[in-house]
Design a protein around this ligand. Structure first.
Ligand code: DAH
Length: 329
């Protein structure tokens, strides 16, 4: 038996191997249990001792040689294949895109923007003011002098400042005064903003929340105008099926004053804003002649509106930064 031809064929065959799968086929073809080299080695036992010795050594050597060639080629091919795989990875234009996680507006921001849009569509300008206020703007100019019992209604965070006593605004009403000091009627404005109360917290109270103040002043403004504006606003925000009612109430900076309550779906009557006709003393404090002007003012609790609209039962959730909660919006 001459293995010369076999060797030649095997070497030629090996040069044709292009990848790992073909290499494995090659290995099985020659070195597998029924492979040609295996067959040669098995058939040695039928030969004479002399021939067996010669051919046996040669065949075994060849087997080793082929095995090491296979190993070498194998590691080469592995390297090559991982390289191409990586290259393909880099430029695989068919790969599905990576989905970008989009943030979204906080429910309070969302509702605030909706409310602003509605008032803007009714001709109101948006004005903003400072979170830190003086006693004058937060109280005195709004007809709430020092020692007035009504001050107790606004539990106040006082800042440790001297000589001037500063505070965190307890409502957005001070901007009524700041705006009127610098502007003359007629005008209609809204003032969205954060307000602060030194109160203990529970499901419906938090130490800060959002309000939206409204103020409209002209020569002939009546409660009827206010009612129309507010009903239009609430219907645009909640839909036609809401009910509203006005009840007499007291706020030092308006006369008369009232609270607006609404019923939404199956909710109970819920107070959502205070309002009234601007008090002559407020006009006086900004230098207007009270007899010349009339106006209505209102202060909406934004958190309450958001809670009604989105059926949120605890105001603290709005300030929790809890993504399980926020991702629902
Ligand atoms: N500032 C009041 C509060 O925080 C709400 C309010 C009531 C605002 C009557 C007004 C108003 O403009 O006319 O409780």
């Amino acid at each position: 038996m001459d293995i010369g031809d076999l060797k030649k064929r095997i070497f030629i065959d090996l040069t044709k191997v292009k990848d790992l799968a073909e290499l494995e086929q090659f290995r099985i073809k020659y070195l597998g249990r029924k492979g040609e080299i295996t067959f040669v080695l098995k058939s040695l036992k039928d030969l004479s001792i002399a021939k067996r010795k010669k051919l046996g050594t040669e065949a075994n050597q060849f087997k080793k040689e082929i095995e090491s060639k296979i190993e070498n080629l194998k590691s080469q091919l592995i390297k090559q294949e991982t390289k191409t795989k990586e290259r393909e990875k880099k430029i695989d234009i068919t790969a599905p895109g990576i989905r970008i996680v989009h943030g979204h507006l906080h429910p309070l921001t969302h509702i605030m923007r909706k409310i602003e849009d509605i008032f803007q569509s009714m001709g109101f300008r948006i004005i903003e003011g400072p979170d830190i206020e003086t006693e004058y703007y937060n109280f005195d100019a709004l007809n709430i002098p020092q020692d007035h019992p009504a001050r107790d209604a606004w539990d106040t965070f006082w800042l440790k400042t001297k000589p001037q006593r500063l505070l965190l605004r307890t409502h957005t009403s001070p901007m009524q005064v700041r705006f009127m000091e610098k502007n003359n009627p007629p005008f209609r404005i809204i003032v969205p903003g954060r307000v602060f109360r030194y109160e203990s917290t529970d499901a419906s109270h938090f130490y800060n929340f959002y309000q939206l103040e409204g103020l409209m002043v002209d020569t002939h403004i009546s409660i009827a105008n206010f009612k129309a504006v507010v009903e239009e606003f609430l219907k645009k925000l909640f839909g036609e099926e809401i009910e509203t009612r006005m009840r007499p109430s007291y706020y030092p900076f308006v006369e008369p004053g009232f609270d607006i309550e609404m019923k939404y779906l199956s909710s109970d009557w819920l107070e959502i804003m205070g309002a009234g006709m601007v008090h002559p003393n407020v006009f006086k404090s900004v230098g207007y002649v009270p007899g010349n002007w009339q106006g209505f003012a209102f202060g909406i609790g934004i958190d309450r509106i958001a809670m009604l609209k989105y059926k949120i039962n605890d105001i603290r959730l709005l300030y929790s930064s809890d993504l399980h909660f926020l991702n629902q919006f």
